[in-house]
Write a protein that binds this ligand. Sequence first.
Ligand code: ADP
Length: 710
Amino acid sequence: MKHHEDMEKAMIYHAQNLAEWGYEDIQNLVRENNILREEIRVARESAEITASLVVKQFEETERILRRFQMANALRTAVLDSAAQMAIIATDRHGKIIVFNKGAENLLGYDPEEVLEKETPVLFHLESELRKHGRKIGVARDRSQRGIDILFEYARRGFYEQEEWTYVRKDGSTFPVSMSVNALHGPEGSLEGILCIASDITEKKRAEKALRESERNYRILINNIPNIVFKWYPDGGIDFYDDKIEKLTGYSLDEFLSRKLKWTDLIVDEDRHEFKEKFLKALKSNGTYIRQYRIRKKNGDVAWVEAGSQIIYDENGRIDFVTGAFLDITDRKRAEQALHESEEKYRSLFDSGPNPVFVLDMKNLTILDANRSAEETYGYTREELLGKSFLDLGEFEDIEKGLQWSESQGSPEACFVTQRARHRKKDGTPVYIRMNACPIKYQGDGAIILAATDITESIEKDAQLFQASKMTTLGEMSAGIAHELNQPLNAIKVGGEYLRFVLEKGGEIPMEDFLAAVDRINKQVDRASNIINRLREFGRKSDFRKRRVSFNRVIRLVMGIVGEQFKLQNIVFRVDLEESLPPVTADANRLEQVMFNLLTNARDAIEQGRGEDRRDDEGFIEIRSFVEGDHVAVTVSDNGSGIPDETLGRIFEPFFTTKEVGKGMGLGLSIVYGIIQDYGGHIHIHTREGTGTTFKITLPRADQENREETP
Ligand code: ADP
């Protein structure tokens, strides 16, 4: 521009001087003018060029500036967007020049607080700096406050991330993974460092959790009885602990070194199934459980159970099979033993000679019955199953017993019924002894009931009993004859009197005649009474229980033996409680009890006499009375008494001290059996040379009733 002004001034100067000049002057002027014009043109052109250059320059500057701004925004955005990554840069003096959002978040400082301050003392542990310093061979220089160590890191180009500890503003620490980078100037000089660190607290926690879970897994592997394995298609097998040695006798190494294949151990008989199961698993979801036998190193056989899972690779080929073995040898043995014992019991149950039933605890339905039960009762098994056991006959005692034991809290107690009357399918009675125990049957409460058919032995008992009664009656015949003779004599006397009167013409008063006839009738009654008593005694007992008056029993038996005993100079002393309550029994059997006790007493008296007291009067005292909830009857004699050495044996069947032909040794054993049957007891009090007392107690029937109907 300046150039342009300068040129115009020069042209005006030239025009003012034109009038004074000649042609030459003008020529010169024109020439000069042309030169000047040329100069002006050049000057204009150059000015134009210059202007466009300036504009260009200006535009360029502006573009650079925009780019720079953009880069700066990007840089801030990058720095700030790394919210969980601390980016800290320093200048070459260690003063902080960059402190991004992530650093703010992690360390808790505002940028204003730290910018221009020196790192690393702010964020680092001195001890850790020293440790890292030692590692790279830099002794920490106190004046440099540790920055030298970081600079040394940067200088040596250790860009790998390492684990450091950062200290927050509040003093708390956390682990970071940090890299230290060098910031170089244009000439390659070290202008600062850039530290990039990320919080690895979570990672560390996860690592710790992983470590722990790995440790737990190992503990688990070591402690579970299962042996975890990984089996490869080539037959090799890996185990994770040495429990395998305990199972097989082969060491872990023998398997790991691939000297041994697992399949080598499997016993021949089980190989086929072993393979089959695997093939089946291949076709399904790849899981399978196998039980098979292996041969141990020492030749023993062990049972294993293996649960396995086939794992496929991405191409669908078998990668490996994993799972766990369990040594089930003991279980198998127990199963085998159980099986055998079950078989044994089953065969006992099926082929046992006695009927056995399994009953439902709740309603006594027959759940199972054996062959003997079929034979004894005449029903088929099918007919028995589902039937109520009560349909077969009495069960009360057992039922009560079981209820009682349940109420007492000992439901496992067993109960025995001595004798129950049951009926076969065709109606014939059978006598059964039952033993019932509660059991668990297919998970439910049940009763196992073993029955014994005692019909035959009862018949034998009865025959024996009858025989013994008949013997006694035989023995009694003299007394009975004597007793019968009395009324017969009286009748004869009466008859003769009547005949005499009639012969004499019948001149007697009517009343006398009638009185004589009455006397005769009375004696006939008396005689038939005696015969009835004998008949009653002689009849067979049945085993049904009724309410019986013990006093009546005593009187009947006394009536039978009384005369006989009188002949033997033995008298009765009787003291019976008139209001004696009844007992539940069979009268005929109680008569047998009384009969045996009385005849034994008589024999003892006779024996006593035989020894020293030859002519003493024998006496037998009979008493009845109530004792609590029992009826008691005592029979005492003043006979020989029982010596200690025989006292313990007198209830044994066939034990007798009497001479051959006199005693069978059955009397007291029969007494014992009968009293036992009715839930009673026998006590003996005896003194040698003085006499013996037998005391019998039986439950009162009235008390029983009261119990039944509360
Ligand atoms: P038996 O009378 O046939 O011998 P028992 O079984 O009735 O058989 O009696 C067994 C034994 O008990 C008798 O042989 C006798 O020695 C003894 N005995 C029984 N009762 C008495 C009694 N009242 N006094 C003495 N001894 C008795």
